[in-house]
Design a protein around this ligand. Structure first.
Ligand code: DQA
Length: 148
């Protein structure tokens, strides 16, 4: 792995650390660690430097996003969990750093409760992948590898 490889941050928000045990009929049986390990392996194969983060706190996610440009990040893949539906601050942070990002949700949020149909992040996202389980992150990475 070299520094010439584009750096991609995969950011997971609240409660996604519970994957594997959390409502597996909705979110599947893979743990977050399984998903992250798979993405880092995939990144290696694609020549991308994938770094994964999880934070349960809105401010922590915002601070992380703010630090992305100085860290040399080229793209962000983000599953902001429930903050997707509530956080104007997270939307502003992503807009503020002006990095392209892909919004991912494991479940099909549009087939669930009405409050999950609204996303503060979607409008400014390069793309959105919902309902394909952990495959969504993989597809996002594949897309980025073709765009760079
Ligand atoms: C989620 C969907 C959100 O509505 C929910 O709050 C989550 C997970 C998903 O990946 O399907 O925490 O982002």
């Amino acid at each position: 792995m070299t520094d010439a490889q584009p750096k991609i941050w995969v950011i997971n928000g609240p409660n996604l650390n519970l994957l594997g045990q959390r409502e597996p009929h909705i979110y599947g049986h893979q743990t977050l660690k399984d998903i992250e390990t798979g993405l880092m392996d995939q990144g290696q194969g694609l020549g991308l430097r994938v770094e994964c983060f999880h934070n349960n706190h809105e401010g922590g996610l915002i601070d992380l996003i703010h630090s992305a440009p100085a860290a040399g990040v080229k793209w962000i893949i983000i599953n902001a969990g429930a903050y997707t539906h509530t956080s104007i601050a997270l939307r502003d942070a992503l807009a503020g750093v002006a990095l392209p990002y892909i919004e991912v949700h494991l479940s099909n949020v549009h087939a669930r409760e009405a409050f999950r149909h609204q996303s503060y992040l979607s409008e400014k996202a390069a793309g959105i992948i919902v309902g394909l389980g952990s495959e969504g992150y993989r597809l996002a990475l594949e897309y980025i590898s073709r765009k760079r």
